[in-house]
Design a binder for this molecule. Structure first.
Ligand SMILES: Cc1ncc(COP(=O)(O)O)c(C=O)c1O
Length: 373
């Protein structure tokens, strides 16, 4: 079977044991499955830096991809009629704004370039000038460029103004430290198939329980009502609607493997090493990473499209795919680019293999000028 390594932002390469965890069927009312759901929810609260026993934060899983969880969070935690400030420096920030607008929340967008993090000082001023902005929504690692946004500094500003901060940590949760308690976050959102290395199919939100309680009746959507999902789960241990049983079983195994690797610290270390090998290897070949080292999250790296007329993404992709590596197209609005991911069940030696494959493809395609100009 010719299965490539996925060097993408997800779905990602998962371990054999995670895949094998899906080989049995579960009934949704089965006590074993109820215990599995409870175990995964508690583990996710701990990974987010809170104590599930204390009950200040709770985990609400939701069926679907990450976007479903983002939409559920905004629909539930932002009251109708409230004003939201969305920080956008890429496609996922723009998607949050689109969701807020679609849900008819009043939305102000603070945009920076895709290569520029939002400025805490600008946010301070925006919040000072507009006391109606009750909720701030931001992306932690903006996967569009792979940039790391300054979560701790922004959280400090938002907390000082007494507003609520909601974080889309889809591509960073589990790889970079996020301490909801210390940062005073209202909610953090992620999904099963990114840095926790499960399979796709569910999102989850770690939210303050007081915010979930206060959110009753906010949501326009029935299936994406996180408050109802939470209340039902707390009461019965079950999911409101058909649960993604196999996804959850795989996720339970993925969380065990995450803990065995040393949690956020161990996983983050492997990804940082993957990223270092990737950036050094590609730079040595002559490719230009988009971001400087201080802005680059160890999640996914954007490289500028080579200026050489022999380069063409589709051919480059297919030749790498034939050698066993699936890369990803760029998503920038202004510069042509492609991306290579550092996350999933991949190791530095895999990135070394990918770089050797890139070198042979470059030679095969006759690409001489690897930089952008
Ligand atoms: C930061 C961020 N937010 C949201 C999403 C959307 O997740 P999904 O594609 O699972 O809906 C992604 C996906 O890569 C992401 O990286």
């Amino acid at each position: 079977m010719n299965v490539p390594l996925l060097l993408t932002p997800g779905p990602l390469t998962t371990s054999g044991s995670v895949k094998r965890a899906m080989l049995r069927d579960w009934g949704s009312r089965d006590q074993g499955f109820i215990a599995l759901t409870a175990r995964v929810r508690a583990a996710l609260v701990r990974i987010a830096g809170a104590d599930p026993e204390e009950g200040v934060y709770s985990c609400v899983p939701i069926q679907g991809s990450g976007t479903f969880a983002v939409e559920a969070t905004i629909d539930t935690l932002v009251p109708r009629g409230a004003a939201v400030l969305v920080l956008a420096n890429g496609a996922y920030g723009e998607r949050i704004a689109k969701i807020a607008e679609r849900l008819q929340r009043t939305c102000t967008i603070y945009r920076t370039e895709e290569t520029e993090p939002p400025s805490p000082a600008d946010i301070d001023k925006l919040l000072q000038d507009d006391p109606a902005l009750s909720h701030i929504v931001m992306v932690h690692c903006e996967t569009t460029a792979g940039i790391l946004n300054p979560l701790a500094e922004i959280a400090e500003v938002v907390l000082r103004h007494g507003r609520a901060l909601i974080v889309d940590a889809m591509s960073s949760f589990g790889a970079l430290p996020i301490d909801v308690t210390r940062l005073g976050l209202t909610a953090v959102i992620a999904s099963s198939n990114k840095c926790l290395e499960g399979v796709p199919g569910m999102g989850f939100v770690i939210a303050r329980t007081d915010a979930l309680r206060a959110a009753e009746g906010n949501a326009v959507s029935l299936s994406l009502d996180l408050a109802e999902q939470w209340q039902y789960m707390e009461k019965t241990g079950q999911w409101r609607f058909t649960p993604p049983t196999h996804v959850l079983a795989a996720f339970d195994q993925a969380v065990t493997e995450f803990e065995e690797e040393g949690g956020v610290e161990g996983r983050g270390r492997r990804y940082a090493e993957n990223c270092r090998v990737l950036v050094n290897g590609m730079t040595a070949l002559g490719f230009e990473p988009l971001l400087s080292h201080n802005l680059q999250a160890p999640i996914i790296v954007t490289f500028r499209t080579p200026a050489d007329p022999n380069y063409e993404f589709e051919r480059f992709y297919n030749a790498l795919r034939a050698r066993g590596y699936a890369i990803y197209p760029g998503k920038l609005t202004k510069a042509d680019s492609f991306r290579i991911g550092c996350i999933g069940r991949i190791y530095p030696k895999d990135l070394e293999g990918a770089i050797a494959a890139v070198k042979s493809v470059v030679e095969e395609m006759g690409i001489k000028r690897l930089g952008k100009a």
